[in-house]
Design a protein around this ligand. Structure first.
Ligand code: SAJ
Length: 430
């Protein structure tokens, strides 16, 4: 029955949580023909989305347009929209508070689904989390409905892998990993995702799928820490870290290039590994050493970069105190407007605390909270650049005209090798 409805795209779909993952999914589901409802408790966000206003950062605008143009999508704050859905996707945040996972949004969403669950439904969790969440937390909550998982309804886990701002890989051409509580759950979840994406990879359990996602992001976290520590050592040894990493990257196998910088931001790479670190401590009673060391190394990079900016000013005969520092790029990575956990914000905070007169300019992030105050992006004018004692390029958005900036700046600190090997006397690289 549900199999036929999925194949005919008549199955109705509800997506609980309209962040960049939920909106992207709802639009992809609509684009391929399923009737879908995007549900969120945030009435303002739902209001925007319902009017076709993409107010959620990290969603591909063309996917949003395609999903709306397909005409199968509605947005609502009404949780009862879950009742009529054959397939229910849960895409709510999984933050970290004091190094501890916060699954309160997943619990609440699961309760909202349980209160409206009927036999024959397929429930899919997409939120990044530690192994065991789907079976040990979500399943029992869903069964408070009186229905039994695997017998009356199906449950599976498939981690979101959306990379905000990635023009090459989107939802359709990034393989989906699926692990269900039963072969039937895995089978139907796979069938559903095959309607949306080019490739589905099946694993033997929800736990395996949950851990695969954490491994992906932990792999990134650890390798970024490796090149960040390499950058500090290269500076001490007087060797150019960028030349070294670019040379190593010429190896056609066995090496993957990562770039050093002011640290890791966003709500994935700095946070997801904390789920694993926490669980290993809780269940195995010991540290996940390489992961925790990587967290420590990456967490120190904003302080290291702030110190390097101070050194560059010092070499130019300027103390940090009262120095005018113009930061370019406060978003956590290029060409997105998301400032969550952004290392650039911490660099600014440290420089302000050292008495510097700090301003920033970011075409994607007009406002940012720093030291309890909201700072506003300055227009990037020639005057703004010339009056700075140091221009600190922390997030290299493509919108920046680097040559023009370097032509008018007294000193540029390039934390991201944006200028490359173009050795200008007034540009200092990390
Ligand atoms: N960064 C470096 N050096 C690098 C790469 C990244 O310092 O070589 C920094 C970035 O500047 C940024 C942070 O790391 O501050 C994270 O950026 P990112 O592009 O690595 O990651 P996200 O958070 O935008 O997206 C990641 C992606 N995960 C992987 O590529 C394994 C994305 O596919 C996930 O869907 C997303 O996390 C998520 O939601 O988990």
């Amino acid at each position: 029955m549900l199999r036929r409805r999925i194949l005919s795209r008549h199955a109705t779909v509800a997506v609980v949580g309209q962040g960049y993952v939920g909106v992207s999914l709802a639009c992809a589901v609509s684009e391929v023909g399923f009737p879908v409802t995007g549900i969120d408790v945030d009435a303002a966000r739902i209001g925007d989305l319902a009017e076709g206003v993409l107010s959620v950062p990290g969603v591909n605008p063309s996917l949003f347009r395609a999903g709306n143009d397909a005409g199968n999508i509605t947005f609502t704050t009404d949780l009862d929209a879950i009742s009529g859905a054959d397939v229910i996707l849960i895409c709510v945040p999984t933050p970290v508070r004091d190094h501890t996972p916060d699954l309160s949004f997943v619990e609440r969403a699961s309760r909202d689904v349980a209160e409206r669950l009927s036999p024959g439904r397929l429930v899919l969790l997409e939120s990044t989390t530690y192994p065991g969440t789907t079976e040990d937390l979500v399943r029992p909550i869903l069964e408070t409905s009186g229905l039994v998982a695997a017998r009356d309804f199906l449950l599976a886990y498939s981690p979101e892998r959306i990379d905000p701002g990635n023009e090459e890989f989107g939802l359709r051409n990034t393989p989906k990993i699926v692990g269900g509580i039963s072969p039937e759950a895995t089978g139907l979840a796979t069938l559903f995702y095959e309607q949306l994406v080019e490739k589905v990879t099946i694993v033997s359990s929800c736990r395996a799928a949950e851990l695969a996602k954490l491994l992906e992001n932990t792999f990134r976290h650890v390798n970024i820490a490796l090149v960040n520590e390499m950058a500090t050592l290269c500076h001490e040894m007087g060797i150019d870290v960028w030349e070294v990493t670019e040379a190593a990257a010429t190896k056609p196998f066995g090496f993957m290039a990562f770039s050093p910088g002011p640290g890791v931001g966003g709500h994935c790479i700095p946070l997801d590994p904390a789920y694993l670190a926490w669980q290993v401590r809780r269940d195995a009673g010991h540290q996940f050493r390489i992961l925790e060391q990587a967290q420590d190394i990456n967490a120190r990079m904003p302080r290291y970069v702030a110190a390097r900016i101070g050194d560059a000013l010092n070499d130019a005969g300027k103390p940090v105190k009262a120095a005018r520092i113009l930061v370019l790029g406060v978003a956590y990575k290029p060409d997105v407007g998301d400032v969550r956990e952004s290392p650039a914000v911490e660099v600014m905070s440290l420089l302000i605390r050292r008495g510097a007169d700090v301003a920033f300019s970011d075409p994607h992030a007009p406002h940012v909270p720093v030291n309890g105050m909201t700072m506003t992006s300055a227009d990037l004018t020639q005057r703004e650049i010339s009056r700075a004692d140091c221009v600190a390029l922390l997030t290299p958005h493509h919108a920046y005209d680097l040559d023009w900036i370097a032509d008018h700046a007294a000193l540029v600190f390039d934390a991201r090798n944006a200028f490359g090997a173009d050795r200008r006397p007034n540009v200092v690289r990390l």
